[in-house]
Ligand binder design. Structure first.
Ligand SMILES: [Zn+2]
Length: 140
């Protein structure tokens, strides 16, 4: 697999390992959102104009987190720390960057169903699933 860009890697992994269940329009960027992490995933929900009060927006947010109503306006961004991008001349993400990307994609997958999950059992189970289907082959 030759992956020249992080977004290409994201789309490829989404197809191979997540049945294209993750949003296609996720921004996947080289950047530092949190200096202590190699990668960082963020979900932003916006409620443009349809809720008159903050309270109404918060109620909607709760329903979205519980999966009771869809979240058409959720935007996802994944940042991968540039220090994982060692082979700049080939402009190809390194193995560490790709492992980090898969890690962040697991966060995206679990967000909807398990909004409170971070790196607990559910997260680990999903990482194990990825390992079993060979997502880390040639990376680890
Ligand atoms: Zn994480």
């Amino acid at each position: 697999m030759r992956l020249t860009k992080l977004k290409e890697a994201y789309l490829e992994y989404n197809c191979r390992y997540f049945r294209n269940s993750l949003p296609r329009d996720t921004k996947v960027l080289w950047g530092v959102e949190n200096e202590n992490c190699l990668g960082y995933a963020k979900r932003e929900c916006s409620y443009p104009g349809i809720f008159k009060t903050e309270e109404a927006a918060n109620r909607a947010k709760e329903k979205i987190e519980k999966g009771l109503i869809p979240e058409p306006m959720a935007k996802y961004t994944i940042w991968i720390h540039p220090k994982t991008q060692f082979d700049v001349p080939k402009s190809r993400p390194t193995k560490v960057a790709l492992i980090t990307l898969l890690h962040e994609m697991v966060h995206l997958k679990l967000w909807k169903k398990y909004p409170k999950e971070n790196h607990g059992n559910i997260f680990n189970r999903e990482m194990k699933r990825l390992a079993e289907v060979g997502a880390f082959r040639n990376l680890w």
